[in-house]
Design a protein around this ligand. Sequence first.
Ligand code: FES
Length: 162
Amino acid sequence: MRIELMKVNLTQTKRLIRKYHGKKGILIPLLQDIQSAYGYIPTAAIEIIAQELSIFPVDIYGILTFYAQFYLTPRGKHTIKVCQGTACHVMGGKDILDYLSGKLGINQGETSQDRMFSLERVACLGCCGMAPVVVIDNAFYGRATVEKVKKLLLGYRLKKNK
Ligand code: FES
C-alpha cells in the first residue's frame, strides 16, 4: 500500500527558489536541494517551480523520472535494496524481493504505510560471491534468505520501539 501524500509546507521551496533566482542551469541543483529539504520532491513544489521558472511541469517530471536519484514520494526511515543482478536473482533474490513486497504491502520504489521502509530493486552490487545480497541503509547482508530477512525486519521494527 502506498503512503498517503500529506500537505506540504512550501516555505522551504520558496526560499530555495529565491536562492537560485536569476542564475542559469539551476533546475537540477534546485531539485536536489528540495529533495534534501523534504526527503522527496513534493508535487506542490513542482507546480511552484514550474510557475517561477516559466517551464511546464511535464518537463520537470521528465527530469525527475530520468534521474534515479529523485523520489516523488516520501521515503521510509530505512531503505531496503534487494539485488536483482543475475547471480543474486538465481540464488533467491527474487524470492526475497517478493517476500518483502508482500510483507510490507508495497512494490519496489514505494514506501510502507508506517514510513519505516522503502523498497528498491538494484542491479549487481559487485559482490556476487555473497549472493543473494540485501542492503539496508548502509549495512550489507550477504547470502540472504527469506528467513534471515524476516529476522532483520523484526530487528529494525524492534529498534523503532526502543
Ligand atoms: S548480482 Fe548481486 S551482487 Fe552481483
